[in-house]
Design a protein around this ligand. Structure first.
Ligand code: HEC
Length: 459
């Protein structure tokens, strides 16, 4: 079940590498057989079955001013794309949310995946020649969506409490990767807790902002700024982050933000403008909890970069590689979100928990068709977010494919090593962790057990 549907939401990321994916999969991708889910035994028509699915799940990006390369708001627009829609939907490339269906936790917030039934409806419709059908006295459904430059969480939370702009910079139409590292001041005079956060490249800058990290710095006793921790992270296609209720991701008083923005002149991919982008500004929108929330919230949450073994990261020409990272904590924690990171050769990632006490390993998440175009922070629903006892080990694995079989690979003849250019590779994951104590851990376990008993009793 989805807590947030793309309906009403809007994705601000520009597709970076889509062209290569489309070129390869568009030709060789086949519509996979669906597993006996023929809910529509008769004729499947656009008017009766398909229009609502597309309106609810695709129009958010495929509309005027949206980031999709074409509009999908009526039958005339959609009809010529029907065969390709069938392929992209069957291969689970559209809507763009790669996350394996049958492994680990499936209850995610902001999950854009279609249900098997919706996928089956679309592929059957395409197989039947994509007929329009009869509207009778109905009219075409209309998506009720905010403006394309609106904040993603505006519907839920209104406008951000705080908007922090990076300093403007011009990005040329062609040239090498650029890094932009300005400081901005929050102006907050008391510690506050962050409720949600989104990084948004302004206007046409979306296609040239490869990533934008932001760190918090606070002044020490000597009057010098020192590192406090990570504020957030953005990479192309990322939606935003919502913190779970009852925890505090602190934004300290009197802080400044250190930006680290990686720009890619000319942009990349199908929707890149290939022009000079003037006054490129990246904004962070921060929704804060009311003052005093830090006294109510029992536990701290933070977002950190967890490294895999970068020393191992050498991907030979026409070869593959795999990295692993292990992390454990001296107190119990809850994992709130997981976002693997790599570049063009990374193809898959997984998160597991190893329990030394039992010798058991549990699979939490796997993304087998990873693409650098879409960086999703997979937010676990709070009532199933993995609880990790003291000493249990997070096992993170990432896989790299430098062969011609990788549709994102720009050049399989290259040696690829760790580095920050788009053509290099990276191997880490961003993980949001709530730091618990033994009492808090026991309390959450007890709540979950009670909920389970209630649902058993209710059946
Ligand atoms: C979050 C934004 C987003 C959503 C939601 C979305 N798309 Fe897309 N779509 C894109 C972008 C960006 C591209 C171009 C890059 C790429 O192909 O990955 C694209 C490409 C496509 C293409 C290939 C176009 C071509 O020229 O090859 C098809 C077909 C498509 N989308 C269909 C759909 C359908 C059908 C849905 C809903 C079931 C959907 N999309 C939902 C953003 C989106």
């Amino acid at each position: 079940m989805r807590a947030i549907n793309p309906r009403g939401l809007r994705h601000t990321g520009r597709a970076a590498l889509g062209a290569a994916v489309v070129a390869v999969l568009g030709m060789s991708g086949s519509v996979q057989a669906q597993s006996g889910l023929s809910i529509n035994s008769g004729e499947v028509t656009y008017a009766d079955h398909v229009a609502q699915i597309i309106t609810d799940n695709c129009v958010v990006c495929h509309r005027e001013g949206g980031i999709g390369p074409m509009q999908l708001t009526n039958y005339e627009q959609i009809r010529p794309w029907a065969p390709l829609i069938g392929v992209r939907v069957a291969n689970k490339e559209m809507p763009p949310y790669s996350y394996d269906d049958h492994i680990g936790i499936q209850e995610l917030q902001g999950d854009w995946r279609l249900t098997e039934e919706e996928i089956s409806t679309i592929t059957q419709w395409v197989a039947q020649g994509a007929p329009e059908g009869d509207w009778g006295d109905r009219s075409h459904p209309v998506a009720d969506l905010p403006d394309t430059d609106e904040w993603n969480f505006a519907d839920q939370f209104g406008q951000p409490t705080l908007i922090l702009d990076s300093e403007p910079i011009d990005v040329p139409a062609i040239g090498n990767d650029m890094w932009h590292r300005p400081y901005v001041y929050t102006g907050l005079t008391t510690d506050r807790c962050i409720k949600a956060i989104q990084v948004k490249p302004a206007g046409n800058a979306k296609s040239v902002v490869h990533h934008a990290n932001s760190d918090v710095e606070i002044m020490n006793a000597d009057g010098e700024y020192e590192d406090y921790g990570q504020l957030t992270e953005y990479a192309m296609g990322k939606w935003g982050e919502i913190m779970p209720e009852g925890v505090c991701r602190t934004l300290p008083a009197n802080a400044r933000i250190r930006w680290d923005i990686h720009l890619f002149p000319g942009g990349v991919g199908a929707t890149a403008p290939g022009t000079v982008i003037e006054d490129n500004v990246v904004e962070i929108g921060i929704w804060l909890h009311p003052e005093g929330y830090e006294n109510v919230a029992k536990y701290k949450q933070d977002l950190k970069l967890y490294r895999l073994d970068e020393g191992e990261l050498i991907v030979p020409p026409h070869g593959t590689a795999m990295t692993q990272g292990f992390h454990s904590f001296d107190h119990p924690v809850r994992i709130d979100s997981f976002q693997p990171h790599g570049h063009l050769r990374m193809r898959a990632a997984s998160l597991e928990i190893y329990y030394p006490a039992t010798g058991r390993t549990e699979q939490i998440s796997q993304i087998s068709n990873w693409s650098a175009t879409w960086h999703h922070s997979h937010l676990y629903e709070p009532d199933v977010a993995p609880l990790v006892p003291t000493g249990a080990v997070l096992v993170i694995k990432q896989w790299y494919d430098n062969t011609a079989n990788n549709p994102n690979n720009p050049d399989p003849d290259f040696w690829v090593v760790a580095g920050s250019r788009t053509a290099d590779e990276m191997t880490h994951a961003w993980i949001a962790i709530t730091h618990l104590d033994d009492a808090g851990y026991a309390e959450i376990l007890a709540q979950r057990e009670a909920a389970k008993q209630r649902s058993v009793a209710g059946q």
